[in-house]
Design a protein. Structure first.
Length: 167
């Protein structure tokens, strides 16, 4: 049965929220390494909530485009990669409540709690699970052929990886 996955880094490695595309059944799994994740999941699409395709200097165009697209109020939630630790608003009660409402709307009212019950809190936090759901939403859009890329024709980094955001 075809699967898609949304993935985020977490304290124990990688959290994957996996959807069976035919039944829409969602499961959550934690993997120590990304290699373990790809070996265990036979997924048609794996969307990852982590910067890939990094510049050698300065901000990525996709980060600037996303900030502009979201506007002055919401654009501040896009953080150009700097390697510095950031505590985004999603870790505040109101930020998490907003994300939970979006997850409930996209995946059903029991999806988050089901994923939370499948993964120990010490292995993945609530915001890790929420970020994995956001990536799963993007994976759904990729499979449906309705995802968008910022920028439309992304440059590549020194390793040949596209510096882009998909949504």
């Amino acid at each position: 049965m075809p699967k898609i996955a949304g993935v985020d880094g977490c304290p124990s490695g990688w959290i994957a929220v996996v959807e069976q595309t035919e039944t829409h059944n969602i499961t959550a799994h934690v993997f120590l390494t990304f290699s373990d994740l790809t070996a265990a999941l036979d997924a048609a699409v794996i969307a990852i909530d982590i910067p890939i395709g990094l510049t050698n200097h300065g901000p990525r165009q996709c980060d600037l485009d996303a900030r502009s697209h979201l506007g002055p109020k919401r654009g501040t939630s896009v953080f150009p990669w700097s390697g510095a630790p950031i505590i985004p608003p999603k870790r505040r009660r109101e930020g998490h409540a907003t994300r939970r409402a979006l997850i409930n709307n996209a995946f059903g009212p029991l999806a988050f709690e089901s994923a939370r019950n499948q993964v120990l809190p010490r292995h993945a936090s609530n915001d890790d699970i929420a970020d994995a759901f956001a990536a799963l939403w993007t994976a759904q859009r990729i499979v449906k052929g309705i995802s968008r890329t910022m920028p439309f024709d992304p440059p590549v980094d020194s390793a040949g990886l596209p510096m882009r955001m998909m949504h």
